[in-house]
Design a binder for this molecule. Structure first.
Ligand code: SAM
Length: 245
């Protein structure tokens, strides 16, 4: 029967594509790609070709219906994005929802993901964490969005383009205050680089260095600061609540 395979592709290093990813792409009837030219490079790396269709931000509604109909008719489709796991700051979640609603099996074939790759090597606690992805492009909306996460006691995971990184870091300092932060640049590629420090130090760094390449930004969460009275009061209150009157 038909099925939807959600296939994780490399975020840089082609060696990160697993055996199972290769087998799945070779086995399906066709591959829905964010950018077919980009994905064809992966096929040629392995020396095979496959029919492809495009599935991206701008055609996802119309194309999504077509794809789900084809799966209902029995076709097996792999969905890939340009990099990493489809659905995470990439088109794909609508198609998954539609497939699930139509009773089409959805099978994830895991691969790299920039946010989780960055957080585990950042030195900032990976748990709990909150994956946010891209922030709005306009400073006003961006600050409004950051305000939502300001009080959250969890590490925050962001994607940002080199064109906006300086403004975004400045907005983070304004809204979140100075916190520990790590910027992972060009993960898994030849020029992988790590910037570890505080948000203010990251801002200072880019006053001298022109931002280049793909970046993931990890920011420490709001630290829990229970005052001592509150801590002391808590167990007693619990105890009282549990004591029969
Ligand atoms: N679906 C992808 C994933 O699972 O990681 C994310 C796709 S999103 C459109 C692309 C953004 O992810 C980039 O702008 C950058 O912020 C981040 N990213 C992707 N590859 C990266 C890399 N090699 N190093 C650092 N960040 C990366």
């Amino acid at each position: 029967g038909g099925a939807l395979y959600i296939v994780g592709t490399p975020i840089g290093n082609l060696g990160d594509a697993s055996e199972r990813v290769r087998e799945t792409l070779a086995m399906v009837d066709f591959v829905a790609c964010e950018d077919t030219r980009h994905t064809k490079k992966l096929f040629s790396h392995w020396g095979f070709s496959k029919p492809t269709v495009s599935y991206h931000e701008h055609n996802r509604h119309r194309r999504g219906l077509e794809l789900v109909n084809r799966m209902v008719q029995g076709e097996r489709i792999a969905l890939v994005s340009d990099a990493g796991m489809p659905g995470l700051s990439d088109p794909g979640s609508d198609l998954v929802k539609e497939a699930v609603d139509q009773g089409v099996p959805v099978i994830p074939i895991p691969g790299p993901n920039a946010a989780f790759t960055a957080v585990v090597a950042s030195g900032i606690p990976p748990q709990p964490c909150l994956f946010i992805g891209f922030l709005p492009r306009q400073s006003k909306e961006r600050k409004k969005e950051l305000t939502k996460w300001e009080e959250v006691p969890a590490t925050l995971l962001f994607y940002e383009s080199p064109h906006r990184i300086k403004e975004t870091l400045a907005d983070m300092v304004k809204v979140l205050g100075d916190r520990d932060a790590t910027i992972a640049r060009e993960l898994t590629k030849k020029h992988e680089e790590w910037l570890r420090g505080t948000l203010t130090e990251c801002v200072q760094w880019f006053e001298e260095e022109t931002p280049r390449g793909e970046m993931t930004v990890i920011v420490a969460g709001k630290t829990m600061q229970l005052d001592t009275d509150e801590k002391a009061a808590e167990p007693e209150e619990w105890w009282r609540a549990l004591t029969p009157i």
